[in-house]
Design a protein around this ligand. Structure first.
Ligand code: AVJ
Length: 325
């Protein structure tokens, strides 16, 4: 067994990071999978982002859920809700409240949070079980971006929910693959609730990913810190990178990059490899795709879902789409 020092991720995570660094950093342009933004500090910074004045998606999605949760519970009559990339968030609770209110007497509702982090899952499952004695909470540790997503069986219809606009982190091919696999795990009559951010004024989009307080910049640069600590790097420091958030109009997505402020000459002890990045060169860290309701409907319908409802907030910023397999 390998020893892990303070602040280091566990062995399995480090090996995953090593593999991703080897396959991503030597590409042109260099890239690293978005999931490496979300270590403990990154998750905390993301939480802070959701409360920033410029970052509207969380507030808008919450508003739609507030207005529509009861309707979602009534229309779907779901007995099981599977949440992909779950949380303990306000959004989840709005749905659980609605399903509790709509439950037929004697019918037990099951909530299945799916997450990669055992710690996050266990903690949230415990709190939710306490707060919702009428709901059975069955946490599942899984990476839902990877094959073999097995959903628990139910007597009644199941509802899979994927909120936050996280689907926007996938490019078109990855989305199609994700819908196809999800449709494969669901049975005819099961439901899918999807949160997506919508295309809007470019200035507002860029501001949401490059806030005045610099929280998103820290969030993005944290990936360098994850590399530095996880791969025991010399000569690699977050402050040597500038946060870039730019709109790609062709792919209708925000892209986050990290631009080297100087020539970087790093050595990764865990890889036994040196890595160079010239000043001005950029590492690609995240895409956040924005949608329009019509093309979203089309891509869902091409992947085995019928679109039953599309709801937006009062400002037309964000959409919740209810699909049926
Ligand atoms: C968690 C993927 C929905 O794309 O808006 C926020 C992540 N990145 N600010 C998004 C994020 C920079 C967020 N998602």
């Amino acid at each position: 067994m390998t020893t892990t020092g303070p602040g280091r991720a566990d062995t399995r995570e480090v090996n995953g990071l090593a593999a991703d660094a080897l396959s991503g950093l030597w590409q042109d342009p260099p890239r690293l999978p978005t999931k490496w933004l979300y270590d403990e500090r990154g998750s905390r910074l993301f939480d802070e982002i959701t409360r920033l004045p410029e970052y509207y998606p969380t507030r808008r999605e919450t508003a739609i859920l507030r207005a529509r949760a009861a309707e979602i519970a009534e229309v779907t009559e779901a007995q099981v809700m599977v949440e992909l990339g779950s949380g303990t968030s306000t959004k989840t609770r709005l749905l659980l409240d609605a399903f509790t209110d709509a439950a037929a007497p004697g019918r037990r509702f099951t909530y299945v949070p799916v997450d990669v982090s055992t710690e996050v899952l266990t903690a949230s499952a415990e709190t939710l079980s306490q707060d919702y004695p009428g709901i059975e909470v069955v946490p599942v540790v899984a990476d839902f971006t990877e094959p073999d997503l097995t959903l628990p069986d139910a007597d009644g219809p199941r509802l899979a929910v994927f909120l936050g606009g996280t689907i926007g982190n996938f490019d078109a091919d990855a989305r199609a693959e994700f819908y196809r696999r999800l449709a494969g795990s669901l049975s005819p009559g099961d439901w899918f609730l999807l949160g997506t951010d919508l295309v809007k004024d470019t200035g507002r989009l860029v501001a949401a990913y490059d806030d005045a307080a610099g929280v998103t910049a820290d969030f993005n640069r944290n990936m360098i810190e994850v590399l530095r600590t996880g791969l025991d790097a010399r000569g690699l420091y977050p402050d040597d990178f500038e946060h870039i958030a730019r709109w790609n109009p062709r792919e209708h997505r925000i892209e986050m990059w990290l631009r080297a402020r100087r020539d970087i000459e790093a050595y990764f002890a865990v890889l036994g490899r040196s890595w160079r990045l010239p000043a001005g060169a950029e590492i690609h860290t995240e895409i956040s795709t924005k949608f329009d309701p019509d093309s979203l409907r089309k891509e869902l319908e091409e992947s085995g879902f019928g679109v039953v409802s599309t709801w937006t907030d009062d400002f037309g910023d964000f959409a919740l789409t209810l699909g049926r397999r």
